[in-house]
Design a protein around this ligand. Sequence first.
Ligand code: DAT
Length: 180
Amino acid sequence: MQNNQQMKREAPNILITGTPGVGKSTLCQQLSEVTGLRWLEISKIAKDNNCLEEYDEVYQCPVLDEDKLLDGLEKVMCQGGNIVDYHGCEFFPERWFDVIFVLRTDNTTLYDRLVSRGYSGKKLEDNIDCEIFQTILEEAKASYKENIVHELNSRTPEELQANINRICLWLQEWFHDNQN
Ligand code: DAT
């Protein structure tokens, strides 16, 4: 497997992950506008490219055809300059990413956001549990080098702005460190 150094991407690939409702799309959209990096909304890409298999009635969501999705994304990910937005991270190739940001909220905030999105019953409970048990953060730490995994609170508009600033700073450093 190639490491990130060998791949010499012209711009880095950033993964923004976390439980549904933590604010990934909101952050990615703004970050993409500010930086010009490409926002890859994995759920939407999977839907548009027929990478969804049967619907899981228990979890009330479609099952992802991961191999098909990853094959389709390989070329654009090798180019670099992507902000990948998804509520999971373990199935992506580790070599794809230069940095991982895991967004977090408190349970009350997440509950309110998911209820206003129309979630209820088991789907609502499972997502709240996912945040309580830090499932995505643990998944990220288990799947990538811990020193590239960062946790960011995403509860308020002020924190959203602070997160954008922090990621922009990280980007500046990456370009500085990776000049030819
Ligand atoms: P996700 O893409 O993780 O599912 P989202 O970006 O759609 O989440 O955000 C869910 C809702 O929360 C949406 O109504 C916007 C709001 N939101 C997101 N980040 C926020 C923040 N930092 N402060 C306040 N509201 C936020």
